[in-house]
Ligand binder design. Structure first.
Ligand SMILES: NC(=O)C1=CN([C@@H]2O[C@H](COP(=O)(O)OP(=O)(O)OC[C@H]3O[C@@H](n4cnc5c(N)ncnc54)[C@H](O)[C@@H]3O)[C@@H](O)[C@H]2O)C=CC1
Ligand SMILES: C[N+](C)(C)CC(=O)CC(=O)[O-]
Length: 342
């Protein structure tokens, strides 16, 4: 049984006034959040229990920085504004917002979120990067579950704009509204959900595609490369700027979605899909790993990351979502826009 939201918590600072962010868990996603918040001009304190975490985190930030410079840095933004704290308590002590990005293990998240709640200043909002756990399943051990919510990012958080924000049963709706505004101010594109869905919106969609991909590889119906090419040379080109619903409306010609549904609706019942999850046995695991190695064609993970980052920037620029030549796009109070201090 989770406690009701605490009525006595002080209100957090206005989202526009936040200067100091804590990132707890500094792997692929926590490190990506660190890079994003640094580039937006925040002071960032990070904590991660791994002995080599600081070295890896600084490497990730350094690798991301050229892409972030292309995007346009906030006034005063610098990797030197990152502090790696010796303890979780030190990391969150002065924080005005906390982003948790620890491993996707339910019990770990439950106790870590309770620990963060005990250590963070009262009223400060704490968001989890979880890819799929509902906050209702994670907030039960916290003394003030009202300030805990999900802020689900996409990899890498410093380039992919979307964050899905959703509270749990005990989350204060004002915390959800605060977090949505905060992420916007911090340069993200926010979808605020009014109810919990496992996998939220985007991962539910991605998971459907992913299951089909694994089925096809497991059954020898398509190679890893066929699957990747089928998206990058096909629908993926459209999806960068027009979602699957509007895209399919155009499949109906001048009749739009109405004609599309009348024409192709019956095919919804055809046995194209097998939505039961395939068995992830060692043969399928090996086929996916070998297929990805083959598709990478000798490129290292670091090379692929650089290629992906440049690709996302090119798409953002080509679709008018990036100021040409960089520049600043933020609402923060101390921000500069195209060189002007506000
Ligand atoms: N990898 C991805 O593409 C995405 C992951 N996520 C979510 O982000 C979260 C983190 O995932 P990744 O960064 O991929 O994992 P990761 O394995 O790269 O990083 C996890 C980090 O957490 C640290 N850690 C371990 N125990 C901890 C604890 N008790 N407290 C704090 N940190 C701890 C580890 O040392 C590691 O550096 C998960 O909830 C995941 O579902 C969300 C969106 C995309
Ligand atoms: C693989 N993943 C489920 C952890 C991916 C995400 O959660 C979002 C993303 O980056 O696609």
């Amino acid at each position: 049984m989770t406690a009701p939201p605490s009525a006595s918590s002080p209100a957090p600072r206005p989202p526009e006034a936040v200067r100091r962010v804590a990132c707890v868990g500094a792997g692929v996603i926590g490190g990506g959040w660190v890079a994003h918040f640094l580039a937006r001009g925040y002071d960032v304190t990070a904590w991660d229990p791994a002995p080599d975490a600081e070295e890896k985190l600084r490497r990730l930030v350094d690798a991301a920085w050229p892409a972030l410079e292309q995007l346009g840095l906030a006034e005063g933004a610098s990797p030197t504004r990152l502090t790696v704290a010796p303890t979780l308590q030190d990391a969150v002590a002065g924080a005005e917002f906390v982003q948790e990005s620890a491993p996707e293990k339910l019990e770990l998240k439950r106790s870590l979120l309770a620990e963060l709640d005990a250590a963070a200043p009262p009223g400060v909002v704490i968001a989890s990067s979880t890819s799929g756990y509902p906050m209702s399943d994670m907030q039960g051990e916290a003394a003030d579950p009202g300030r805990l919510l999900v802020g689900h990012p996409f990899n890498p958080p410093y380039l992919i704009p979307l964050v899905e924000v959703v509270g749990g049963r005990s989350t204060d709706p004002e915390a959800v509204a605060w977090a949505s505004r905060f992420y916007e101010v911090a340069g993200k594109s926010v979808i605020t959900m009014d109810r919990e869905l496992p996998g939220f919106i985007a991962n539910r969609l991605q998971e459907a595609l992913w299951r089909e991909a694994l089925h096809m590889v497991a059954n020898g119906e398509a190679s890893v490369r066929d699957i990747d090419d089928s998206i990058t040379e096909g629908p993926g080109l459209r999806w960068a700027f027009m979602g699957p619903c509007l895209t399919f409306a155009l499949a109906g010609g001048e009749g739009g979605m109405a004609h599309m549904l009348d024409h192709f609706g019956p095919s919804l019942k055809s046995p194209w899909t097998r939505l039961e999850a395939p068995e992830l046995d060692s043969a399928l695991r090996d086929a996916m790993v070998d297929g990805c190695d083959e598709a990478a064609g000798g490129r290292s993970i670091a090379q692929l990351v650089a290629e992906r980052d440049q690709g996302v920037i090119d798409v953002l620029r080509a679709t008018g979502r990036l100021p040409h030549g960089g520049g600043r796009h933020t609402d923060r109070g101390d921000a500069t826009v195209e060189g002007e201090t506000r």
